[in-house]
Design a protein around this ligand. Sequence first.
Ligand SMILES: Cc1ncc(COP(=O)(O)O)c(C=O)c1O
Length: 477
Amino acid sequence: MADSWVNSAERIGADLHVELAGSGSRRAALTRALRSAVQDGRLAPGTRLPPYRSLAADLGIARNTVSQAYAELVAEGWLTARQGSGTRVAPRAEPVRPARVAVEPPPRAAVGPAHNLMQGQPDAGSFPRGAWLSCARRALNAAPNEAFGPGDPQGRIELRRALADYLARVRGVRTTSDRIVVCSGFAHALRLLFGGQVLRGPLAVESYGLAFHRSLLAAEGVRTVPVGLDEQGARVAEFSQRPELKGVRAALLTPGHQFPTGGPLHPERRAAAVDWARARGRVLLEDDYDGEFRYDREPVGAVQGLDPERVVYLGSVSKSLSPAVRLGWMVLPEQLVEPVLAAKGMREAWASVLDQLTLADLIESGAYDRHVRRMRQRYRSRRDQLLAALDEHAPHITAAGIAAGLHAVLRLPVGTEGAALKAAARQGIALDGLAGYRHPDAVMPAQDGLVVGYATPPDHGYQAALDALCRALPPMR
Ligand SMILES: Cc1ncc(COP(=O)(O)O)c(C=O)c1O
């Protein structure tokens, strides 16, 4: 039978499985196996091979056999041996390329729009790399061995405890760690809730929202019914007034900062939405996607605080840290915890346990608060710069949704959005119009506007982006 070894990263840089198969001596088999690993690129140039002693012990062969195999490959030029740095794969040992190279996607066009004002992302350059690294190091050092086994689908208790305290302190969420289920973000939460049959449609949604979320729900077989919006947020009275909304079993709202049009849900409407859910046995889904970033007023707390048994509160680090982290949370009414866990399955299959421990440490150590505070200042001054530019060059244009978040909506006269988008494109600006966010079945009058994301442009290019934007706006009539 063939002997095999799997080297550990501690011994050599990359993981590799070597089989001592075939006829002939052990030395010949090892030489063949290593040579082919170098040839086909599994052992990259510069990779350090294990010391004779440990490889011999792993394979149950003599040390001398390993040293002879290495020496043969050094003589052939596949390996190099230097005093002090051990045996390594030779730098010139280019792997043999397969005859047919897999088709790779074409590289992205080198020339894109000059100014990126697309909403959706936090400032990628501000990710707290140093803090994340030190929290990861500390969390991994402190983690018990069982943390490296299969994960609990509810999420690490360290993170759930940290979140329960943090969300209570910062967002007014009323919960305990056993009501929290960790997931990989808002989109994942929607999939679990509806794909896992925890909740069923039809679902009331705001007339303007992310098309991506609407298609995700449609893919899960959920019909969405749009509710109107005005300057006080979603018109929740429609839940009981409009016949097409009477049959909905749940409602998805962005009460902190209507996405993307702007304002918070009026306090009376917050209460009315909860009353509707209570009276009709319905569930409210609260998408608190950017709740930490409020600038002008007292923070608007979570609706969940009004009735934790009727509201599913959903959040993630996608705006506060980065959408690349893929960590989010669901704060659930008691009766939904078990169904959501059943939808997740026996083991955690989505949210990395190590990242959960790191995020728990980031929150507990205060580094998360510090990062959010720093970003709040940054985004606020970005927003102020946008308002100053409008004030100077386009005072007839109103910016909405400016009290919070990472984007604003520039309101435009009805019928002018398409032309403004074309003008923006001519100025080299990438950004969206409101039309792309409108629910196809919406009955409220269409709103024209440009959705301006101000988080991502680099500092040195931001003023130029704003100047270009102002040139693209329709002139005063
Ligand atoms: C309206 C809205 N909800 C939720 C999210 C968060 O989505 P996720 O946690 O899946 O990245 C975003 C984007 O960050 C968003 O724009």
